[in-house]
Design a protein around this ligand. Structure first.
Ligand code: FAD
Length: 395
């Protein structure tokens, strides 16, 4: 990996964004011999975010990129063992083995996934931090028709193909699809991770050792989970009219969850205030095309932002990366007709899978702040665990 500016170099493929989708695409495409540059707006990769869910489908997609990579990621993830559900006043509704214990479901720290994918990048990938894309134009360079990418306070870069993996607020999408701002769902989220050593002693079996604690209140929820490694993750959601960032995410989240169970405040206060990620939950209507049908396409949240309630956002991003790499495998990037066909085929294939999930996630999301959410969740947890135990007895 190099930090040199490659002004005179022309990349086969430039990827915008080093989230899970962009990094997986960089792996998959570099493995096929393309020259790949990845450009991330962050100045450093630092421990932020909380945790995300991955199950068989996600690992299978990673294994298509590299079995070793899938193995490395799996080693960082944990299968939930215990779950507690409670109300903000401390009333415990469910405290038992997690219905997900023993299944293929795992969670892992967003940061752990990002650093794992980053460290394992093939050395041929040119990786650039502090590169916020601001726009691109069509341009001729040394007699070849290319895209010229502009970055904030950085030199321009040329590429044959541009992939926008730049998240739900994608700059690439603003130019190609031009469908306006993503749709705010009315829910704000705050996410954090805490080093285990900064919160000890936890003395709470429903957080330590792969535990998951969920507190469901009136129009707001808070969860804490052990994500293995040395990190404990937390997240809060609340129905909130204001979708903008607050002056202090720390003060806002403390205020929203004040007088909730003491562990909630302990988790928030043990987090580096600068590492609290405050974002709205956004989605979009599915669209029939992501790119320009010629030299630009999208993947992951940039292509199909969905509400997080199905836990499939990352899996979809990894699958996109694999599908795109397959379509490009035998494509001559210098042949715009061939390239256009490969991109369109990839987009149609993936839109058929992701559009129904975007709609389903919207429906599921609407329920998570319903008045009877805690009671319904309790019923669901009890029933799922009972069904699982019954099946285990039979075999
Ligand atoms: C900091 C962060 C923390 C997250 N934490 C969680 C979490 O705890 N749990 C969860 O389920 N999901 C989390 N997500 C969302 C999750 O990663 C995605 O929903 C899903 O994995 C799809 O990933 P993606 O790579 O498509 O998009 P993202 O993960 O959103 O990655 C997009 C990347 O593009 C970069 N970027 C954006 N605009 C530009 C630009 N103009 N130029 C260059 N780079 C740009 C961003 O900095 C980011 O690194 C987080 C996302 C981010 C950015």
């Amino acid at each position: 990996m190099t930090e040199a500016i490659l002004t005179n170099n022309v990349f086969d493929i430039a990827i915008i964004g080093a989230g899970p989708g962009g990094l997986c695409a960089a792996h998959a495409l570099a493995n096929q011999g393309f020259s790949v540059g990845i450009f991330e707006q962050a100045h450093v990769l630092r421990p932020i975010g909380a945790a995300l869910g991955l199950r068989d489908m996600g690992y299978a997609a990673l294994a298509e990129i590299s079995a070793d990579l899938a193995h490395q990621v799996r080693a960082l993830a944990v299968n939930p063992k215990r779950q507690m559900l409670m109300r903000p006043n401390g009333e415990v509704l469910f405290a038992d083995e997690s219905p997900l214990a023993g299944t293929s479901f795992t969670w892992l720290g967003w940061y752990n996934l990002q650093t794992c994918l980053h460290k394992a990048l093939p050395t041929t990938v040119s990786f650039h931090l502090n590169h916020a894309l601001t726009g691109f134009t069509r341009d001729s360079h040394q007699g070849e028709k290319l895209l010229r990418l502009q970055f904030r306070q950085q030199e321009d870069v040329y590429t044959r193909l541009l992939i926008g993996a730049d998240g739900y607020n994608s700059v690439v999408r603003k130019i190609t699809v031009a469908d306006g701002a993503p749709l705010y769902t009315g829910t704000m989220t705050w996410r954090g991770i805490v080093e285990r050593k900064n919160i000890l002693p936890l003395a709470d079996p429903f957080v330590e050792a792969a535990g998951f604690q969920l507190v469901v209140g009136e129009k707001k929820n808070f969860w804490i989970m052990d994500v293995g490694t040395e990190l404990i993750a937390w997240g809060g959601t609340a129905l909130h009219l204001n979708q903008g960032k607050s002056v202090s995410a720390l003060e806002t989240v403390l205020q929203i969850f004040q007088q909730w169970p003491p562990l909630v405040e302990r988790m928030i206060r043990a987090t580096d205030p600068k590492a609290i990620v405050e974002t709205g939950v956004f989605d979009r209507e599915p669209v029939p095309q992501w790119g320009d049908g010629r030299r630009v396409t999208l993947l992951g949240d940039a292509a199909h932002p969905m509400r997080p309630y199905l836990g499939l956002g990352t899996t979809m991003a990894i699958q996109d990366a694999v599908a795109l790499a397959k379509r490009l495998a035998s494509t001559d990037l210098g042949d715009s007709e061939q390239l256009g066909i490969a991109i369109s085929t990839y987009e149609q294939e993936r839109i058929a899978i992701t559009a129904p999930l975007q709609r389903k996630a919207r429906h599921t999301g609407a329920e998570s702040h319903a008045d009877d959410h805690a009671d319904r969740l309790k019923e669901e947890l009890v029933a799922t665990l009972a069904a699982r135990r019954q099946t285990e007895q039979k075999y």
